[in-house]
Design a protein around this ligand. Structure first.
Ligand SMILES: NC(=O)c1ccc[n+]([C@@H]2O[C@H](COP(=O)([O-])OP(=O)(O)OC[C@H]3O[C@@H](n4cnc5c(N)ncnc54)[C@H](O)[C@@H]3O)[C@@H](O)[C@H]2O)c1
Length: 508
């Protein structure tokens, strides 16, 4: 199967626009077809949400690295693409027609996935070209944050196609789950449907309100479910006797049964109650506010699981390693290709002031200056060859001393860039000077601004020590890293020393 660099997206609604965000953040170009008006606005909102969430989730460099093109037909969206993800309306007649059209314009080795929540892939395979490459790739909302994607093959899908799709989804930070046999609604939605039916019965019978039923999940089982499914949970609930004891105790209730098989009739009264109580629960918060709150909470959960190296936290950890490696490779190829004039301060890091970085004056708060300088140091480390493998071998640079000059305030949304001057360095030390400037346009070529005299916002002088992290002591850098440092030191030896270098605080 192909290396996926370009993806064709059919449908840019809730799910299609969030697929676009995940793909673009992963540096994959996207061509999107959706006949509706207003798709651009929705995609921009979703991209904003996604970038905001990723920046909270990880310190690894993230940006919209792919290019999005909106086109006017299915044919334009899929021709020449490496992978197709269809996210049109959930109707089998529409899906079948779309699949026939998509497959007629794509080569046999291009995987065509549908985001369908429950339709059978075998039905979509009828009458399409090369049906063996058609799968369901069922994601979860919001697609840019939720790791799970269920892969379901139809009767004609090959095992290699399912494996290749799993590999692709894994590469973009997801947790693919290949479903053994096709079945309507697959795994997760089947289980969720049981809960949803019972919740609607309990609401219909006025046993609890919408808000109370939500509390019954999110203050209890919901907390556990983010890292333990029903089986592991109930094993522990059985105590030392494990699952057998649990089943002896609670097995009989399965036959009573506690929950109902059919959903309630969707009467006007039930729908009115549901909508009124849902509005009351939202308390005037917009969908955007609710989405951002949802995203913030998902990010917190993923981060907590990452520190435990458990469940979806493992996926995040592995994905972050990939993000660091990708930016390291980019820095190395820039370094090898001589993209930067090493005789000048290096411009390796750009950013913009995020809404949550600001203080009560609506300016970037002090600690974020340190963060931006830290990110600039990380960019320099990547440039000199320090990557995840290097860290895994027990080597790193630590900041031993730093001095910051805060020169100008900067407001939310404003673009920044940092230039880095190498003042001195040897095998164990790196003496550097970062200058933070107000940028003009994040999207433009970085080299343009270098001598443009953009407003200086802050500077920092830093002494970094090369350490053996296992032994907790200073040690010489690996030969290749030391060599890159030496080259930079020599290239910048004749640069003028900025006036802030060596300054101390004092009053006249
Ligand atoms: N919403 C969810 O939580 C969720 C979760 C997982 C999977 N899904 C699945 O994803 C798919 C899309 O769902 P959604 O929630 O994004 O729906 P949606 O209604 O938000 O988006 C569907 C989009 O498809 C577009 N469309 C209509 N006809 C089209 C055509 N012929 N070609 C291209 N685009 C067309 C519409 O204009 C619309 O923008 C469905 O199959 C759904 O089952 C949805």
């Amino acid at each position: 199967m192909r290396v996926v660099k370009k993806v064709g997206l059919i449908g840019g609604g809730v799910i299609g626009s969030a697929w676009a965000a995940r793909l673009l953040i992963n540096g994959i170009d996207v061509r999107l077809y959706d006949p509706a008006e207003g798709v651009e606005r929705r995609i921009n909102d979703v991209l904003d949400n996604a970038i905001r969430a990723y920046r909270k989730m990880t310190l690894a460099p993230v940006a919209i690295n792919g290019v999005l093109t909106r086109v006017d037909s299915v044919q334009q969206a899929v021709t020449g693409m490496d992978f197709i993800q269809e996210s049109g309306p959930e109707r089998i007649d529409i899906k079948k027609a779309l699949m026939q059209e998509i497959c007629s314009y794509t080569d046999a080795d291009v995987i065509v996935a549908s985001s369908s929540s429950g339709l059978l892939p075998s039905e979509m395979q009828a009458g399409v070209n090369h049906p063996q490459r058609l799968i369901i790739g069922h994601p979860f909302n919001p697609v840019y944050l939720m790791p799970l994607v269920e892969i379901v093959g139809g009767g004609q899908t090959t095992a290699q196609v399912k494996q290749a799709a799993a590999k692709f989804y894994q590469n973009i930070g997801m947790h693919p789950l290949i479903v053994k046999r096709e079945i309507e609604a697959f795994l997760a939605d089947r289980m969720m449907e049981v809960l949803w039916r019972e919740a609607l019965h309990l609401l219909n019978e006025d046993i609890a309100t919408v808000a109370e039923l939500d509390q019954a999940i999110c203050y209890g089982a919901g907390i556990r479910w983010s890292f333990m499914g029903p089986f592991e949970t109930f094993r522990i609930a059985g105590g030392e006797g494990g699952m057998r004891h649990f089943m002896a105790q609670f097995g009989p209730s399965l036959k009573w049964p506690w929950a109902r098989f059919d959903g309630p009739d969707l009467t006007d009264q039930l729908l009115d109650t549901l909508v009124a109580q849902s509005d009351e629960q939202a308390a005037g918060r917009s969908i955007l506010e609710l989405e951002r709150n949802r995203d913030d909470c998902i990010v917190s959960v993923l981060q907590a699981l990452r520190s435990n190296d458990y469940a979806a936290g493992k996926t995040l950890k592995r994905y972050e390693e990939k993000l660091y490696e990708v930016s390291h490779q980019a820095a190395m190829s820039e370094s090898d290709a001589g993209v930067h004039d090493v005789r000048q301060p290096l411009k390796l890091h750009t950013d913009s002031v995020q809404p949550e970085w600001t203080d009560y004056n609506n300016h970037m708060t002090e600690s974020r200056y340190i963060q931006v300088f830290g990110d600039a140091s990380d960019a320099l480390f990547r440039y000199i060859g320090v990557n995840q493998d290097y860290h895994a071998q027990g080597f790193s640079y630590y900041t031993a001393e730093a001095h910051i000059n805060y020169i100008r305030e900067v407001a939310v949304g404003q673009p920044l860039y940092v230039t880095t001057q190498i003042l001195a360095g040897d095998q164990k030390r790196l003496h550097i000077f970062h200058s933070m400037h107000l940028g003009r346009d994040l999207g433009r070529d970085l080299s343009e601004d270098l001598n443009g005299g953009d407003t200086l916002l802050a500077t920092t002088e830093q002494m970094l020590l090369h350490v053996n992290t296992h032994q907790g002591r200073v040690c010489p850098a690996r030969a290749d890293v030391a060599e890159r440092v030496a080259k930079l030191v020599s290239a910048q030896a004749n640069l003028e020393r900025p006036i802030q270098v060596g300054r101390s605080i004092g009053t006249k």
